[in-house]
Ligand binder design. Structure first.
Ligand code: BJW
Length: 235
């Protein structure tokens, strides 16, 4: 850990699992309850907007009933106390990193509590339902959709993420299956930059073999331990 100045952390659904949010690909996960083509593609939304708006309304409501867990809080502490540079990138659309105390979170797949107007393209905070077709405050069209990134759409802030990976010393992937690109390719970008790579996951992910080190177990245990190690080495 000595000599580590720039850390990029990628989180996925597994970090929020112990808070009570369903992951996507586990047994009983969201993709067993809903067809991904129906609820997470622009084509599915065009075919049946009510189904998609209802799916995200349900997940927004569920989010109000859960709390951040020790893994979210440990990353917030690391952000506050690590003396080098730290970029926290999440694929999650929940706000548990922010509620756990993180100040700078890059949501590459968007946010449940944000709306995107399909008519004028404006993005805005939005914490209510969308099934009732609220009007866009900018163009007044009833065209709001969840501000999330579906398959076939471009994730947010890719340039900033690739720049950070290119100068990183350590890349840490937490609670993600490594099944969805471009996030699944970040480990190779980091390796190409000469960074150390570490996976923290319940079990080996699809991309486990790309990491120099993997630790397996629940994020609520592994992440606080790892954050403590980083801070003990650096302080
Ligand atoms: C625990 C745990 C505990 C459980 N503790 N761990 C090759 C290259 C580039 C693109 C493609 C490609 N091949 C195909 C593509 C296109 C496509 C893609 O990747 N398809 C795959 C199916 C192959 N990608 C796209 O279309 C993306 N856009 C794109 O590529 O644009 C062009 C582009 C090219 C090049 C550069 C830049 C751009 C967009 C992808 C959008 C994904 N959207 C979703 C929905 C978001 C909204 C919503 O939440 O509904 O994002 S799909 C879903 O998967 C969601 C997640 O963020 C994402 C990843 O899921 P995640 O987080 O990994 O969850 P799970 O459930 O899969 O895994 C959980 C893990 O946690 C497991 O490993 C468990 O073991 C673990 N775990 N409990 C620790 N307690």
């Amino acid at each position: 850990m000595a000599g580590i100045e720039r850390i990029v952390i990628l989180t996925g659904a597994g970090i929020s699992a112990e808070s009570g949010i369903d992951t996507f690909r586990s047994a009983g996960g969201l993709w067993e309850q809903h067809r991904v083509e129906d609820v997470a593609t622009p084509e599915g939304f065009a075919r049946n907007p009510d189904l998609v708006l209802g799916f995200y309304d349900m997940r927004r409501e569920a989010l109000a009933k859960v709390e951040p867990n020790p893994a979210h809080r440990a990353l917030a502490r690391l952000e506050a106390e690590f003396p080098g540079e730290l970029l926290l990138v999440t694929q999650n659309v929940d706000d548990l990193h922010e509620r756990g105390g993180s100040k700078q979170v890059l949501h590459m797949h968007g946010e449940l509590k944000s709306a995107l107007c399909s008519s004028c393209g404006v993005r805005m905070p939005h914490d209510g339902p969308m099934l009732d077709r609220p009007k866009c405050p900018t163009c007044a069209m009833p065209s709001l959709r969840p501000d999330v990134v579906w398959f076939g759409e471009m994730p947010y802030q890719m340039e900033r993420i690739y720049k950070a990976l290119a100068v990183s010393d350590l890349f840490v992937s937490i609670g993600t299956s490594g099944a969805v690109y471009p996030a699944a390719g970040f480990v190779q970008e980091a390796r190409a930059a000469g960074a150390e790579t570490l996976e923290l996951n319940l079990e080996p992910s699809e991309g486990s073999h790309f990491f120099a080190e993997s630790r397996h177990g629940p994020a609520g245990e592994l992440v606080p331990q790892w954050a403590e190690e980083v801070l003990q080495t650096r302080l």
